[in-house]
Write a protein that binds this ligand. Structure first.
Ligand SMILES: Cc1cc2nc3c(=O)[nH]c(=O)nc-3n(C[C@H](O)[C@H](O)[C@H](O)COP(=O)(O)OP(=O)(O)OC[C@H]3O[C@@H](n4cnc5c(N)ncnc54)[C@H](O)[C@@H]3O)c2cc1C
Length: 481
């Protein structure tokens, strides 16, 4: 029997909202379910934090600029969308640096380099080596990433290496970040194997066994080796553009959802009031928006839930991309980027060497650097006016790399608010909120970077899971009807 068309509204047109709509259509189609999706986005354009500007021979990423392949979801989605030939990897030889006494110091990658590095004192290095002998914590309670790593590898390693590196990825302070959300697999490793080093060895052993078994069974042994980070040739916005093209439902931009009304006695039990004065009816609503925006829409149903969602802090960051003539750079930098520890005088959070990482984004005679201002370090600086911000970044680049030349090009993107800073216990809080909302607002789902992971692959994983839950629930309801 053909099912009636179920109306699903997805609020938020970032990667999470669009991917939810995409997987909903895919999965419903596979199950023979008739659905109609509508994505509603407040901003005039789709993409949320994904913001690519294409101008002349420059491709500038204002927000994310690549994604990891270790988590396969974004890679797989690009393949599914037919963007496989657009994927560009970073070169293998990328070096990463940490600012040390005002100068970029290479992050040691091998044992020899680790012994020689000035980033840690001898005491700090010996403390890292003691990791396999540090007794594990056995309870499952969440803790800050700073506390977790300080227990395992010592304070010096955290303050001098891990905190700036993680801080530049999450724009957050490791001493406030939940380990379970951002480093969950390492906490599991400690519990299961007693130490991170032992856990790594166990993982390597397991992979060797899997390869051996595969060889014995005549299966292909070598897994495709992917670059650690990839991007899309014409910018990450290609993902957003392609998702929007593939959707058979509706997409509305420049329209906010201001209120959600629920009436369980109606067939289409949700009514969404839009900023353009219209209303939209739905059977299912998915909120793929930041937690503070979820709080606004849910406050009339549960004030405690709204308070918890609003309590998730979002930091502010501004990215400043600057290009220089290659001929003006006296001492070329050979790394992918530099991150800045708290003890350094620099006002920046990190600097990415865009043209070293992805050469296709700028003409060959240009060097492009992108500075991160704000985040958990000097957050107020992210709000400086454009001229002052550019001056600050130029002064920093002069101090760190000796670049005195005037830029040939610059672009500023402001993210206020930017990323959520997951507090300790965040995952439990999210699960409790979902449990509380389920009977109150059935067929309403929460997804997106505010929930269970910030990176693009994390957002896609959550969107796929949310779509799966919706389709499963609709099937159950149909069977029960
Ligand atoms: C500077 C920066 C650099 C980053 N770098 C990387 C990186 O290199 N790699 C990586 O993997 N990740 C990176 N991230 C993280 C990643 O970009 C984000 O976590 C991800 O894009 C968030 O997607 P989202 O769809 O969940 O949320 P968003 O992109 O925030 O989308 C939510 C959308 O909802 C809309 N909205 C809000 N309220 C309403 C409403 N009431 N009605 C209608 N619409 C509404 C908003 O306008 C927005 O467009 C970076 C983030 C930032 C800020």
């Amino acid at each position: 029997m053909q099912q009636e068309n179920r109306k699903i509204v997805i609020v938020g047109g970032g990667i999470s909202g669009l991917t939810t709509a995409y997987y909903l259509e895919q999965q419903a189609n596979q199950k023979g379910q008739a659905i109609h999706t509508t994505v509603i986005e407040e901003a005039p354009i789709l993409g949320g934090k994904i913001a690519t500007e294409r101008s002349g021979n420059f491709i500038t990423e204002g927000g994310p600029e690549s994604f990891v392949t270790r988590k396969r979801e974004a890679w797989e989605l690009c393949q599914e969308l037919g963007l496989g030939d657009q994927l560009v990897g970073t070169t293998e030889r990328g070096k990463n640096y940490i600012l040390h006494n005002g100068r970029p110091e290479i992050v040691p990658m091998g044992p020899g380099a680790a012994i020689r590095t000035p980033l840690l004192t001898l005491k700090g290095k010996l403390r890292v080596l003691r990791e396999p002998f540090v007794p594990p914590r056995t309870d499952r309670a969440d803790e800050t990433l700073g506390d977790f790593l300080r227990r395992r590898v010592g304070a010096e390693m955290v303050d001098n290496v891990v905190a700036p590196a993680m801080g530049s990825v999450y724009l957050s302070d490791v001493n406030k970040m939940s380990t379970q959300v951002v480093f969950g697999q390492f906490a599991d490793m400690e519990r299961e194997h007693g130490s991170l080093v032992k856990g790594m060895f166990a993982l390597m052993k397991q992979r060797r066994t899997e390869r051996k078994l595969a060889a014995e069974n005549g299966q292909p042994v070598k897994k495709e080796k992917l670059p650690a980070f990839v991007t899309l040739r014409k910018g990450l916005i290609s993902m957003i553009e392609t998702l929007a093209e593939k959707l058979s439902g509706d997409v509305m931009t420049g329209t906010a959802v201001n209120r959600i009304r629920h009436n369980a006695t109606q067939t289409l039990s949700y009514q969404l009031d839009l900023s353009n004065g219209q209303t939209v009816m739905a059977d299912v609503v998915v909120l793929a928006i930041p937690t503070f925006a979820m709080a606004d829409l849910l406050a009339e149903y549960d004030t405690a839930v709204a308070q918890q969602l609003r309590a998730v802090q979002y930091n502010s960051v501004t990215t400043v991309s600057v290009a220089f003539n290659k001929s003006d750079i006296l001492e070329p930098f050979d790394g992918f980027g530099v991150v800045v520890p708290d003890r350094e005088a620099s006002k920046l959070l990190a600097i990415e060497a865009v043209s070293n990482k992805f050469g296709h984004r700028s003409p060959d005679d240009q060097v492009v650097l992108r500075a991160f201002v704000g985040g958990y370090r000097h957050e107020a600086l992210s709000q400086l006016p454009d001229g002052e911000l550019l001056r600050l970044v130029r002064d920093e680049l002069a101090a760190i790399f000796g670049i005195q030349a005037a830029p040939t090009f610059h672009r500023i993107f402001r993210w206020q608010p930017a990323n959520p800073q997951y507090p300790v216990g965040h995952l439990e809080m999210v699960a409790a909120i979902e449990g509380k909302l389920q009977p109150l607002l059935p067929n309403l789902y929460l997804t997106g970077s505010g929930m269970r992971g910030i990176g693009i692959p994390d957002c896609i994983r959550q969107a796929r899971e949310t779509a799966g839950q919706v389709v499963e629930q609709l099937q159950k309801q149909h069977a029960a009807a």
